[in-house]
Design a binder for this molecule. Structure first.
Ligand SMILES: *Cc1c(COP(=O)(O)O)cnc(C)c1O
Length: 382
């Protein structure tokens, strides 16, 4: 089987409005190279200064006491479950409308994922969570889809009442907020990804876990690094999933120099598109709330004739995408859990009706106008 992933990074020359911006983003890579040179000269390759720095910076960003750098966003969720002692025989409630990694982490931890449907904002249907709780349930993993926080007050109340842990999948939601509180600080643990296609990205894989619980932070520091408390003492046989020191250099550089602008432009671009598209009856945005700071990792909305619009946008040089056409309960990998079509109707409708447009920091006002014009043209022509 061939590696299929790299195609995502090719900036498709047939499009002039692209989701991918990695080349532009790192056009000034020389400064980063200089910082990497220091790591090489010092031989500071594992859990060194750059990792410490990123952990401090992210803890500040997420307003938590601790952050623990790990190998990926997936590992962040997996290790969080392990740190909480969740494994075989346990159930974890989450949304069917997520990226594969949320479920992969639950399953590889040995637990059973129990799905809930979503609401019109693509986030987990909070009210449905209660009906899925039984004596095996150990945790809830709300996913802040597209960078929009779930209803964390209600979710935390349900968790408290039922003695469950809350692990936020905040992989889309760096700098996102719920009632002025940062995503990553809203549950027991928060999980972030530094994957190249995320808002805060490195040059390979990386992830981080945020928490204000000292015991959990210590446990995570142990289990991401073989359970070692020093070179010769292993107190628990565990994993090797550290945030790579060279990747941490890139994360540190972006947090210090670019993250504010990344978040700010995404929000500005998304709000512009909201305004420009709101007169089209076939376009249906999630309602926006001032208590939420959405950071628009994805700019997603529902439309009529989605596949037609998708084709039309691409023919007109716009790299529209679909995140994602098949919810988790209908994936071949989910067969053993016994779900079927119709089990989560809102998620299934979303899978058939959502479309995503690029709103990253290199999208210009003219490009936003162009996207709006093309969508208007499409709906006035059919
Ligand atoms: C990207 C992503 C992850 C996993 O992150 P990786 O760093 O790619 O392992 C987990 N959950 C969601 C919702 C994601 O989008």
């Amino acid at each position: 089987m061939k590696n299929f992933y790299p195609q995502q990074y090719q900036t498709d020359s047939e499009f002039n409005i692209n989701h991918n911006y990695l080349k532009e983003q790192f056009s000034d890579y020389k400064e980063i190279f200089n910082e990497i040179e220091k790591v090489v000269r010092d031989g500071d390759f594992t859990l060194g200064q750059s990792v410490n720095d990123v952990e401090e910076l992210i803890a500040k960003e997420a307003s938590t006491k601790y952050a623990i750098g790990v190998g990926s966003g997936t590992d962040a969720i997996f290790l969080s479950l392990k740190a909480l002692g969740i494994g075989p025989g346990d159930e974890v409630i989450t949304t069917t409308y997520t990226f594969y990694a949320t479920i992969g982490a639950i399953v590889t931890a040995g637990a059973r994922p129990v799905f809930c449907d979503i609401k019109d904002d693509f986030n987990i249907n909070t009210e449905e969570i209660v009906s899925k709780i039984n004596s095996k349930t150990k945790a809830i993993i709300p996913v802040h889809w597209a960078g929009r926080s779930c209803e964390m007050e209600k979710i935390n109340k349900i968790a408290f009442d039922n003695n469950l842990y809350v692990i936020e999948d905040a992989c889309h939601a760096i700098q996102g907020e719920y009632k002025s509180k940062r995503c990553g600080s809203l549950g027991d643990l928060g999980c972030f990804s530094f994957h190249p296609l995320k808002n805060l990205n490195v040059w390979g894989d990386g992830g981080i876990i945020t928490t204000s619980n000292e015991d959990l932070a210590n446990k995570l520091k142990l289990i991401r690094n073989h359970g070692l408390i020093n070179r010769n003492t292993c107190v628990e046989f565990a994993y090797n999933s550290r945030l790579d020191s060279i990747q941490a250099v890139i994360a540190r550089y972006l947090i210090k120099n670019k993250l504010q602008n990344i978040t700010h432009t995404r929000i500005t671009n998304a709000h512009l598109l909201d305004q420009m598209l709101k007169d089209i009856p076939q376009v249906n945005h999630p309602k926006r709330f001032s208590e939420l700071k959405e950071v628009f990792h994805l700019y997603v909305f529902k439309v009529e004739n989605r596949d037609g619009l998708y084709q039309y946008l691409r023919e007109n040089g716009i790299d529209a995408k679909i995140h994602y056409p098949v919810p988790m309960h209908l994936q071949p990998a989910a067969k053993t859990f016994g779900y079927k079509i119709g089990d989560f109707p809102i998620a299934e409708i979303a899978a058939n009706q959502t479309i995503s447009l690029p709103v990253h920091e290199f999208i210009s006002f003219e490009q936003i106008e162009k996207m709006s014009t093309i969508i208007h043209k499409y709906y006035s022509s059919i």
